[in-house]
Design a protein around this ligand. Structure first.
Ligand code: SF4
Length: 410
């Protein structure tokens, strides 16, 4: 059906994923695959294309369209958000009874058979649509002030918790990207940006564009590969000169890797980044125990770097993820995936510890206080105690929390 798509009316649908409304246009959640398909179909296949984002403020879609779609493309994300995709397909079938429905994206590529059966779509599209991939996203369909770019596809590594090798099995690297740039803020969606064999010339292009004020800032959605940074520390300097902000690296292994990780952090610091601008991705709810994760957290506190916590969820099987970060009621394995090394209580505690610690790092303070954060303590009093160490502060701030020690009570 995709082969016979010329001159058709095409509707692109982003399901109502459980993303906070205010984050819909966040750089991490733009339906970039659909936007590239839109450009391709408009420019090369003479299609009339519309996009709807089911989680957006437009709840009454009846008035939006003056055309009836022949084909509908529904995108998908993680396997644990499969039910949202299924609901989007049901919505499409109900509204547009004769349209042909194709589901693509991450879940569709990782579990194609499950996707076909579970959603009831007509076709599952696996992997990346090569022809569309060549096109710039159609930003006229969304309201954002940044541009998303890929300079590469795939990743040479095979981390056991990552599905990139299934969705993008072949590595492909751009030589140059300056012709692609249309906005001043750039967000790179590469899986492993520094692994691009042309990375130096790409960074040099960005440095030139920055000097000419054609770009303002760059950011990488994924972490930088710390092993590459360590082997080629001059890349850190090029990243800084190119205007990359908020660099992240990953520490998914054991506490015993701390020297290695510190070396990688030092590359970034020696390149001009302040420690608190750096964030460390940490996978938890996985095979490292809570106690060891706490040691890693405390080590990050000593380094004065932030942490981006990633709760592990199996990628290659279907299950529901109804984890509710706001509930006071305990949740169980029936609600969301809990690794056998972890419990619901430990997962909540670790998240809470990370959040409090990040606030301390960002605000340059030695303790966290919910009373201060929620303004139950006056501004004047809070600023009086701001520069105190934890031991002194706890005499004045009754809920002062010390990031430098293990916490296993909520
Ligand atoms: S380095 Fe990143 S993209 Fe590559 S396999 Fe590991 S997690 Fe996936």
């Amino acid at each position: 059906m995709i082969d016979e798509i010329d001159n058709k009316n095409v509707l692109l649908i982003e399901p109502d994923f459980p993303i906070p409304k205010k984050s819909r246009n966040h750089k991490d959640f733009l339906p970039i695959g659909l936007l590239k398909i839109a450009s391709y179909l408009k420019k090369e296949r003479n299609c009339d294309v519309q996009l709807i984002r089911l989680g957006s403020e437009f709840k009454n879609f009846d008035n939006i369209f003056d055309f009836y779609p022949d084909i509908i493309f529904v995108t998908s994300l993680f396997t644990y958000w499969a039910d949202d995709v299924q609901r989007a397909v049901s919505f499409s079938k109900e509204k547009f009874t004769d349209a042909y429905i194709v589901v693509g994206g991450i879940y569709a590529s990782l579990l194609p058979k499950h996707c076909k059966k579970h959603t009831g779509c007509d076709e599952v599209f696996e992997g990346v649509w090569k022809e569309a991939e060549e096109y710039d996203p159609d930003y006229s369909l969304v309201d954002v002030d940044y541009q998303i770019i890929h300079t590469s596809r795939g990743c040479e590594r095979r981390c056991p918790y990552c599905g990139v090798y299934i969705i993008e099995p072949k590595c492909a690297y751009d030589r140059s990207i300056k012709q692609k740039i249309v906005k001043r803020k750039l967000v790179f969606y590469d899986n492993n940006f520094l692994a691009n064999e042309n990375i130096e010339s790409i960074l040099k292009e960005l440095i030139e564009l920055k000097k000419e004020r054609k770009i303002l800032s760059c950011e990488s959605q994924s972490g930088f590969d710390g092993r590459i940074l360590h082997e080629k520390p001059h890349l850190g300097v090029l990243l800084k000169k190119a205007g990359f902000i908020n660099p992240k690296i990953a520490w998914d292994g054991p506490f015993s890797q701390k020297k290695l990780i510190k070396n990688q952090i030092d590359v970034l610091i020696n390149s001009g980044y302040k420690p608190k601008e750096i964030s460390i991705f940490m996978l938890y709810n996985y095979n490292i125990s809570f106690e060891e994760m706490e040691n890693k957290r405390i080590q990050c506190w000593k380094w004065n770097v932030q942490i981006t916590d990633c709760r592990f969820r199996p990628l290659k099987k279907y299950f529901k993820d109804n984890y509710n970060p706001y509930t006071k009621k305990p949740q169980s394995d029936d609600d969301y995936y809990i690794h056998h090394n972890w419990t619901d209580k430990l997962i909540r505690m670790f998240r809470s510890n990370i959040r409090k610690q990040n606030i301390c790092v960002r605000q340059d303070v030695h303790y966290y206080s919910a009373d201060i954060e929620r303004k139950r303590i006056s501004k004047v009093k809070a600023s009086k105690y701001k520069n105190m160490g934890f031991e002194d502060a706890k005499n004045f701030i009754s809920d002062a929390w010390n990031p430098a020690v293990t916490h296993n009570d909520i």
